[in-house]
Design a protein around this ligand. Sequence first.
Ligand code: ASP
Length: 310
Amino acid sequence: MKPSLIVHGGAGNIPDSALEESQRGIRQALESGWAVLSQDGSALDAVEAAILSLEDNPSFDAGVGSYLNRDGRVQLDAILMDGATLKAGAVAAVERIRNPISLARLVLEKSDHMMLVGAGAEQFAVENGLPLCEPEDLITDRARAAWERLLEVSLATQNRESRSNGTVGAVALDSNGQLAAGTSTGGTNCKFPGRVGDSPLVGCGCYADAEAGGVSCTGYGEGIMKIVMAKMAVDLLRDPRAMTAHRKKAGSATIAQAVADACVRILARRAQAAGGLILLDCEGRAAAAFTTPHMAYGFVKSDGSFQIAS
Ligand code: ASP
C-alpha cells in the first residue's frame, strides 16, 4: 500500500511575519515523518516522529514554546491513537515532559489505561525510563511575553481570537495499511490551571480507525468537545455514499474534503467556535479545512513531493 502523511501546526491568526517560519516547521515535520514511512516504517513511528519535530520547534504551541496557563506554568496534553486496535495513549496537564507525544506512546504501548494526567503521568514516565525536564525548560521568552500581554488585558475570551502559534498534529498511513493519528498541545493562552481541552481526548482532538480514517483537530477546544469533532469526521468517512450529495452541494473536490468541510461548518454552527482539522481516509486521501484565518499544514502528494499551505 502507498503510504501517506499529513501534519498541521494549529488553526489561528498566524501573523504574516510568522507564516514562513510555520511553513518551515511543517516541512521539517513532513520530512521526519516521511523518512519513516518511505522506509516501510510504521504509521505510529511516523506520527511520533512528525510530532516530535513540531514539539521541539518553539514556534508551535506544543512542547517547548507552549502557551503558559494563568499561573505562568506550561501544562501539556497529547494523544497518539492506533487505528488498528483503536487503543490510544493520552496524557494531560504534564509539566515536566519535554515531548508529551513520546509519553503518550508509552501509555499506548505499556499501559492498560488510555489516559494518565498530571503527577501520575509523570510518575509513569519515570518508571518507563522517560526523563523529566524542569518546568522552566519548556518556557520561551516569546510565550512569556504573550502570557504577560494577555494577563494585562485579562480577557479570557481573547483566547478565541488572538491565537497565533498552534497545536500540532499528524496522521499517517503506512505501507502495511496501518493508520495512526496524534495531537499535542500546550492548550490555550492563560487557561485556568488544570484545564484540559479537546486535544488529548479520544474522539475530540484525535481519532483513528483503520477501517475509515484518521483525524487530528485544532481550534477552540471547548467547542470541539461539544461536537466530538474527530470521531464525527471518522464516522462521516465511514459512509462515503451519504457524503456524495454533500460533496456536490458544497463543491468539495473529494469525499475526504467534503467530510473536513462539513466538520468545520458544524463546529461553527453548533458550537459557535473556530478551528480546523486534518485527515486521511483509509486509502490515504488527504484533506484539511479550517475557519480561522490560517492553519499551517502539509501533506505528501502521490508523486512524493510536499504540498504546504497555511
Ligand atoms: N484545541 C486546543 C485546545 O483547546 C488549542 C488549539 O488547537 O489551538 O487546547
